[in-house]
Write a protein that binds this ligand. Structure first.
Ligand SMILES: Nc1ncnc2c1ncn2[C@@H]1O[C@H](COP(=O)(O)OP(=O)(O)O)[C@@H](O)[C@H]1O
Ligand SMILES: [Mg+2]
Length: 246
């Protein structure tokens, strides 16, 4: 398991944002982390990164405790927050040079990699455009290039398709799938885009009001809910069924 949490809990005052979460993500898979707004998805990601302290329970990410080994965990784990920020007057190459520098990569050595990554995320024609003029989709893809600078084993992507037009969302989903296939990067992504999540996720988890109420492949969850039968259920049908039950 590349991610394993045991009764991971986060309380804010009297409110429990994440409750007794036991989440397992296998090495090499794409795991779709689903749930309505306020379900506790972002809070979970922050705990996995050691960016917020659990109230109870434990997490292991790449075999490491993110609280004690935050720096080591960050070396292996790329995190794309919901809103990626860039210095708007830097162009794409400068932004990535800046990140390379922060990661201790020598600028000249980083150059080749920067152009490779810009090509990989489809921004090669915008290498010298200021990021302030980037669309949301371009920013998201530059954010992916940024986290790939450190050759992560695991990507934590928080709503990577939110606010993208359909074409942008399809590009982003295609990119995530390609990274998983060709670089064997494990991906945990939170999303509301159920059809796109279904396309690429090996397994999904449904989080409602801080609790993981189901986890498995879409077929497994459908069978659990609707029993055996010939009908093939979509993730949307399965999700709504669990949601109404909760
Ligand atoms: N820093 C915080 N202080 C207080 N409450 C918070 C904080 N962050 C999140 N919450 C609350 O925790 C719950 C889970 O939020 P979040 O993890 O952002 O959910 P999601 O990402 O699934 O939309 C929400 O009710 C939210 O209001
Ligand atoms: Mg969130």
């Amino acid at each position: 398991m590349i991610i394993e949490t045991t009764d991971l809990t986060k309380r804010y005052g009297h409110q429990t944002a994440v409750k007794d979460l036991c989440l397992k993500v296998e090495d090499g898979e794409i795991f779709g982390f689903l749930g309505p707004n306020g379900a506790g998805k972002t809070t979970t990601l922050l705990m996995l990164l050691g960016l917020t302290r659990p109230s109870a329970g434990a997490a292991a990410v790449c075999g490491l405790d993110p609280l004690r080994m935050a720096r080591e965990v960050k070396r292996h784990v790329g995190y794309l927050p919901e809103n990626v920020g860039f210095y708007g007057d830097m162009d794409a190459v400068q932004s990535l040079e800046y990140v390379a520098d922060l990661n201790g990569i020598e600028v000249r050595a980083a150059r080749k990699k920067i152009y490779e990554l810009l090509e990989l995320v489809g921004l090669q024609d915008h290498a010298r455009k200021k990021t302030g003029a980037f669309s949301r989709g371009m920013k998201q893809r530059l954010g992916i290039a940024e986290v790939l600078m450190k050759d992560p084993k695991l990507l934590l992507l928080d709503e990577p398709t939110l606010g993208l037009d359909p074409e942008g969302a399809i590009q982003m989903i295609g990119l995530i799938e390609a990274l998983n296939r060709s670089r064997r990067i494990t991906v945990l992504l939170s999303s509301h885009n159920l059809s796109q999540v279904q396309r690429i996720s090996h397994r999904v988890g449904i989080m409602i009001a801080g609790q993981l109420i189901a986890a498995g492949s879409v077929e497994d969850l459908a069978r659990e809910r609707f029993g055996l039968g010939d009908k093939v259920y979509t993730l949307e049908e399965v999700y709504l069924e669990y949601f109404q039950e909760a």
